[in-house]
Design a protein around this ligand. Structure first.
Ligand code: FES
Length: 167
């Protein structure tokens, strides 16, 4: 016959026939395991507080609608691309959606980009309105494909003044 009993700091016991076998665990071991678990919980809380997000898989090069499809003044999220396509009077550009503070994805609301993690705000051109972020959202390369579609290349940063001129 096999069974299990509970014993305080004794981890448990089992018996085979009439022999009771104790499985013990020292107080030191219990303390070590408790401290390790507490440490992991604390670390996870700090990670969440800082707003860290696991980098999601994202498309690095995207082919989108023709540049003419973006109206002057529009700000359009690129699905899965972690960037926004913006068209102003000078043309079309793409600005990354990854906040320069700690990497959260910014939202577009009320004519500006707003970070939900710690409140940084950016103008449509990516420049900082309010911290804690101190660096502007980087611009990435845009071009027109042979088929006349908009191509966004997240692997290439470009100066914030660069535009794809739309005729
Ligand atoms: S990640 Fe902190 S303000 Fe954006």
């Amino acid at each position: 016959m096999v069974g299990v009993l509970d014993y305080g700091f004794c981890f448990g016991a089992y018996f085979v026939g009439d022999d009771v076998k104790r499985v013990t665990i020292s107080r030191r071991k219990v303390l070590q395991v408790s401290l390790s678990l507490s440490g992991l919980l604390l670390l996870n809380s700090v990670r969440k507080f800082l707003g860290y997000q696991e980098p999601a898989a994202q498309a690095r090069q995207l082919t989108l609608d023709a540049p003419e499809a973006y109206a002057v003044g529009s700000v359009t999220a690129v699905p899965g691309g972690h960037c926004w396509v913006v068209r102003d009077e000078a043309g079309v550009y793409a600005v990354t959606a990854v906040c320069t503070h700690l990497g959260c994805l910014v939202n577009h609301e009320a004519g500006e980009f707003a970070c939900p993690c710690h409140g940084s705000r950016f103008r449509p051109d990516g420049s900082v309105i309010q911290g804690p972020a101190v660096q502007a959202l980087p611009h990435v390369a845009v071009s027109r494909t042979a088929e006349g579609l908009l191509r966004v290349d997240m692997t290439q940063q470009v100066p914030a003044v660069e535009r794809l001129v739309v005729g």
